[in-house]
Write a protein that binds this ligand. Structure first.
Ligand code: COA
Length: 324
């Protein structure tokens, strides 16, 4: 028998304000038609003034805890993936801990931009397999609307705000791919590509939050190639092939990237959870949001093989394969 990190609950929260593509037509040289056909995005949610990443994260965490039938005090560790924290410090995770009314366990953030949730999931898996925690809340939460340059039509139409959360719990497994829980992890980064996707501000450089800068085309090419590769490797590590995949739950950046990756993996689009049309790119929140929406839609069911994959600034990318 071996230990596995099994999903016990899932939940999400989206800010109330929905912004349709057409709203950008008033201030930018863009059209709903261009945004839809180039990205698949139709609308996104933006946080209200004063609404912060930790507030979104607390609501997503509460939904995941309710789904798991657990209280915050049942949780040993909270890991939050975010690149848009409320403050330089303390971590969003400790603010979530306080927001949930818990004083037990430990909490911290991880930062791998749009790949953040995959890295956080891998990290939480490590906490469980090493015996440091029995139940971990893993959250992806972002307010990317705060780092947009609203004059840059190549980026500001792409991103949205939101949060998603999973409760992982230690369970006994047989060590085969038939086990529920996280089956394999594959992570990568290559810091040489900093210039194609970055924020032009920060604590130690200019003391500002900065704005997101991106060479969309270059990121697109890396994404299509690297995402299929890492998903293949993770499936190999789990002892599975593309035919075993019930659901790809990709990072939701661009429908064309999602489609091209699924094609390269030989998985039909009927087995891909797509939420980008309604959420835009919510960075580290996009995968847990899609897991939560995919479960609520009745797509993802207990026992299904789920492949998550994501790439983001760094570059950092990776894949986690799990049986739901
Ligand atoms: N509305 C209208 N035109 C736009 C536009 C917008 N919102 N944004 C860019 N354009 C224009 C460009 O200015 C360019 O015009 P030009 O030919 O006159 O210079 C033209 O569209 C083509 O630009 P290009 O960047 O080549 O388009 P694209 O097909 O690559 O699509 C992205 C742009 C950003 C949608 C696409 O590259 C992409 O999604 N990349 C990946 C981004 C990503 O996922 N990043 C996050 C990873 S976590």
């Amino acid at each position: 028998m071996i230990k596995r990190a099994v999903v016990r609950g899932v939940g999400h929260y989206l800010p109330e304000r929905v912004v349709e593509n057409a709203e950008f037509e008033a201030s930018l040289d863009t059209t709903d038609e261009w945004i839809r056909t180039r990205t698949g995005i139709e609308r996104r949610h933006f946080a209200a003034e004063g609404e912060t990443t930790s507030q979104l994260a607390v609501k997503a965490a509460q939904a995941a805890l309710a789904d798991a039938g657990l209280a915050a005090t049942d949780i040993d560790a909270i890991v939050v993936a975010t690149s848009t924290p409320d403050f330089t410090f303390p971590s969003v995770a400790t603010m979530v801990q306080a927001g949930l009314g818990s004083t037990t366990g430990f909490a911290y953030d991880v930062q791998a931009v749009c790949a953040g949730f995959v890295f956080a999931l891998a990290n939480a898996n490590g906490l469980i397999l090493s015996g440091q925690a029995t139940r971990v809340l893993v959250i992806g939460a972002e307010t990317f609307s705060r780092i947009m340059d609203w004059t840059d039509r190549g980026t500001c139409v792409l991103f949205g705000d939101g949060a998603g959360a999973l409760v992982l719990e230690a369970a006994e497994g047989s060590g085969t791919a038939g086990d529920r829980g996280i089956l394999s992890v594959d992570l990568h980064s290559d810091g040489r590509y900093r210039e194609i996707l970055y924020v032009d501000g920060g604590v130690s450089s200019n003391g500002q939050a900065g704005h997101l800068r991106m060479q969309g085309n270059a990121v697109f090419k890396h994404a299509v190639q690297k995402l299929a590769e890492t998903a293949h490797t993770a499936l190999d590590k789990a002892g599975l092939d593309g035919g075993a995949v019930d659901w790809i739950v990709p990072h939701q950046a661009n429908l064309r990237i999602i489609t091209a990756t699924a094609e390269r993996m030989n998985v039909p689009m009927e087995r891909v959870v797509v939420t980008v049309q309604d959420h835009g790119n919510t960075s580290a929140a996009s995968i847990p949001l899609a897991l939560s929406v995919g479960t609520a839609r009745g797509q993802i069911k207990q026992g299904d093989v789920v492949v998550t994959e994501a790439i983001g600034g760094g570059l950092a990318w990776g894949s986690v394969v799990l049986r739901w």
